[in-house]
Write a protein that binds this ligand. Structure first.
Ligand code: SAH
Length: 230
């Protein structure tokens, strides 16, 4: 009886639920992988502390959700490494009123991180089944401002253009013209450029007085930007 009571008491004092374990892992992830590598944008850091990355990862990999690595999400695609998501988010310098376009919805994690910060996120996914799955997840998690669209992101999403910021999370050989057109004056685009089988360059593009200023940032490795028939 005494033992039973002390177990009960221990459960009451320190309820170690799974979600608390994940919270601890998430905090570690932010400290050891993101802050330690120089990410200082507070909105980005707080959002990475908040969004439950394990919910965007297939059950088989859930325990690894907070590791310093990309992970498979099925359909031959991956969820990006946490640091890359943080870096791309910080580079976009998202603000509350922004309308953001993402190409490559994948698991929806990057879109959810942006959705916590900005007003509207439109994210395009070319793999139909993955897109449908992510659309459902966004609904379940209550991200009503994250809109998943199935199609070829090369064309952007003209219906809601222009965008304050555009983020491409698949490796493109060149910058798709429609995306340049759909970027607002003063807006920023982040895109990995380079051959798919290779290491790409993460590029920051800024539209200033109709011109595109290009800055090459860090080497990255993304899954390829594919093309559809539409
Ligand atoms: N942002 C994602 C990372 C996904 S990986 C996340 O947070 O999980 C890149 C995704 O881009 C893949 O799902 C791939 O299917 C998709 N993709 C590749 N080419 C595309 C295109 N032309 N249009 C839209 N999505 C594309």
């Amino acid at each position: 009886m005494k033992q039973f009571l002390s177990i009960l008491l221990a459960m009451w004092v320190s309820p170690t639920t799974e979600s608390q374990d994940f919270k601890r892992l998430r905090e570690n992830m932010v400290r050891s992988q993101i802050e330690s590598r120089g990410i200082t944008h507070n909105l980005t850091l707080n959002t990475m502390r908040k969004v439950e990355r394990h919910l965007f990862v297939p059950a088989a990999h859930r325990k690894r959700a907070y590791e310093d690595t990309p992970l498979p999400i099925g359909y031959g695609q991956t969820i990006s490494q946490p640091f890359i998501v943080a870096e791309m988010t910080q580079l976009l310098a998202p603000k509350k009123g922004y309308r953001v376009l993402e190409i490559g919805a994948g698991s929806g994690y990057q879109a959810a991180v942006l959705g916590e910060i900005v007003q509207e996120v439109y994210t395009i996914e070319i793999v139909k089944n993955l897109g449908e799955q992510t659309k459902k997840l966004m609904r379940e998690l209550g991200y009503n401002n994250v809109h998943v669209i199935i199609g070829d992101g090369y064309q952007g999403y003209k219906k809601k253009a222009p965008y304050d910021a555009i983020i491409v999370t698949a490796a493109a050989e060149e910058i798709p013209d429609p995306l340049i057109e759909q970027l607002k004056e003063g807006g920023k685009m982040i895109i990995p450029i380079g051959a798919a089988a290779d290491v790409q360059n993460l590029m920051l593009l800024e539209k200033k007085e109709g011109k595109l200023l290009k800055t090459a940032l860090t080497p990255v490795r993304f899954v390829p930007f594919t093309r559809g028939n539409d």
